[in-house]
Design a protein around this ligand. Structure first.
Ligand code: NAP
Length: 284
């Protein structure tokens, strides 16, 4: 099977490359295939994929807030062009989306049938991408993930790096405790996406590790798994100013995937594996 991955160099894209390595992989770089340009329709068709995986996106949420027009081009128009290319030949498409399509004002975790209501430019552009994909390629699958970790740049890596840097100063790490979500380990999400492709049933899917926590609780779990004894202190997001406002409460529940027998392990187990691995890397 010819598997086209758009955004293959990214965090989730790298895990997808690994998970689909037994197939013929087509992994154009951003420069070779810029999905935000209409020429992407022709470029995707010419690659003649049997399936298209689309983790690619403009993921800089603060950048999206500062340049919403770029967010729209990359995250809404881009997926639309890819969907148009797939629809013409009925090629299955998996579009990766985000917890940030939700407003975060709920008090219980979001399911696939809950109404999105993004509160920032990144979330609006990704929701626009979902709608464009489902409109133009009705047989597509939308896979919402959240709080990704597993690659080279992510929250857990940052926490472990800062903890080692601050060990000498004695200053505590300060991490927000009022943003709650569902951490997602990229190898687990990639495997679930492979299972989705095998199932081939269109629609919206949440694919996060089971359970949820605050950023502070996630940082504590990562430090513990890496056996780093660093002082850490919870703060509220009011202390942490940034261009984009993240939704406060966006845990997801994987109801639609569970109905197909696709389950992801609890986030604590995934964090333990990943942070333990990073700790070994650091001492090697
Ligand atoms: N990171 C998270 O915590 C998180 C949370 C929820 C949902 N998501 C979603 O999950 C997906 C994967 O996220 P990630 O963190 O793995 O992303 P990432 O590491 O930032 O990688 C994004 C990839 O997309 C490529 N790309 C960007 N614009 C493109 C364009 N116009 N045409 C073609 N390729 C383009 C990038 O190439 P270059 O690097 O060369 O520009 C890169 O390979 C995204 O759709 C994101 O919205 C992420």
């Amino acid at each position: 099977m010819r598997v086209l991955i758009i955004g293959a160099s990214g965090q989730l894209g790298s895990a997808l490359r690994h998970t689909f390595a037994d197939h013929t992989l087509l992994t154009p770089s951003h420069r070779e295939l810029d999905m935000s340009q209409p020429q992407a329709i022709k470029a995707v068709r010419e690659l003649a994929p049997d399936v298209v995986l689309l983790p690619g996106a403009y993921t800089n949420v603060d950048g999206c807030a500062l340049d919403p027009e770029r967010a729209f081009r990359e995250n809404t128009l881009g997926p639309k062009y890819v969907a148009l290319a797939c629809a013409r030949r009925d090629v299955p498409l998996v579009y990766v989306s985000t917890n940030e399509v939700f407003s975060g004002v709920a008090t219980t975790p979001y399911r696939e049938y809950d109404q999105p209501g993004p509160i920032n430019a990144y979330g609006r552009s990704k929701w626009g991408g979902e709608q464009a994909v489902l409109q133009h390629a009705p047989t597509a699958m939308v896979a919402r993930v959240a709080w990704l970790f597993g690659g080279q740049r992510n929250f857990i890596r940052t926490i472990l790096r800062l903890a080692s840097q601050q060990a000498d100063t004695g200053q505590p790490l300060r991490v927000v405790d009022d943003e709650v979500g569902s951490p997602t380990y990229t190898p687990d999400a990639a495997l679930a996406i492979r299972q989705l492709v095998d199932a081939g049933i269109p629609g919206i899917y949440h694919l996060v590790n089971a359970g949820h926590c605050s950023r502070y609780a996630l940082a504590c779990a990562a430090l513990q798994s890496a056996a780093i004894d660093a002082p850490i202190e919870p703060i509220t997001s009011a202390h942490f100013s940034r261009p984009s406002t993240p939704p406060a409460y966006t845990p997801l529940i994987n109801s639609a995937a569970a109905a197909l027998g696709i389950t992801l392990r609890p986030w604590q187990s995934a964090v333990e594996e990943y942070s333990g691995m990073l700790a070994l890397e650091r001492t090697a």
